[in-house]
Design a protein around this ligand. Sequence first.
Ligand code: ATP
Ligand code: MG
Length: 335
Amino acid sequence: MKKTILTGIRPTGRIHLGHYFGATKNWVELQNDYNSFFEIADVQALTDNFDNPTKVRENVREIAIDLLSIGINPEKSTIFIQSMIPEIAELTVYYSNLVTMSRLYRNPTIKTEIAQKKAIFGNNGESVTYGFVGYPVSQAADITAFKGELIPVGEDQLPLIEQCREIVRKFNSIYGETLKEPEAYLSKTTRIKGLDGNEKMGKSLGNAIYLRDNEEVITKKIMGAVTDPNKIKKDDPAEPSKCMVYYYHNLINSKEKDLICEECKKGLRGCVQCKKELIKNMLDFLSPIQEKAKYYEEHLDEVDNILIKGTKKAQEIAKETMKDVKKAIKIDYYN
Ligand code: ATP
Ligand code: MG
């Protein structure tokens, strides 16, 4: 029996290279070895985008197109929409009794995210909502609803899995062995940096290359990418490790990347030439993904049917879990 993996992405924007190399590329490989569930986490996206439902709504389909275009195969994997599984919300209510407020506030992932989202939550997190602080509880519901065993995450998300494990243990110890305790499946990739040299390529940071960016946009972005600030003239030697252009040559495995590195160090290559080569390599790299995306953009019915079918399958499993949970909590009336 294949183990079950569950992981998700928030529909707050299209997929960029950070998501791709940091997470979703792995999913494409994992789907061959695991019973795979990929959640489009619209409910979670609303926790900090509750005032922008249009953005969330529009990006559900965009994310589905991106996932299909990178090679998530709906015959092998289940792609579903979180809000269409009401059992997740229901489980969240019951699990919320098993978590203390102080434990939620101490969660390192939550702490970091509150600090990062000053614009929404205030300088000292004074405007943080109950829904946002509680999203790890909702994530425990996501995981357990589908009996997720392995949860692919980055290092920064490990505290969320730990929180889920605690909820599961507490649930089982009070109500009897019912839920499966998941394990984190740590992704090997580190954070992907942004065009501006920021440690994180992020949607809100304006430093991302999206999988479906067109030639014009990619050209503009790469021409503006940060290079070694000590290189002033075309033939000054430079340090590739300080250059985002080299960083992306390396990331997408440009054929000439070793030569590029050597030439850069020796002052044998100008930044403009190097950027032009990166633009070409980037477009080549993205072209198979973009071709598939074009197909799905022209066949939106197909995308919708994949989402409907996946969600239906997910609903069935969540219903089973809900039955077990209600029985354990003794609220299974008149069945
Ligand atoms: P948001 O600002 O809405 O939280 P996000 O860019 O963080 O957007 P998520 O949907 O929260 O996107 O993350 C999806 C997955 O992609 C997560 O596993 C996350 O860790 C990973 N990820 C996002 N950005 C990067 C990055 N720059 N490098 C590596 N992994 C990333
Ligand atoms: Mg995020």
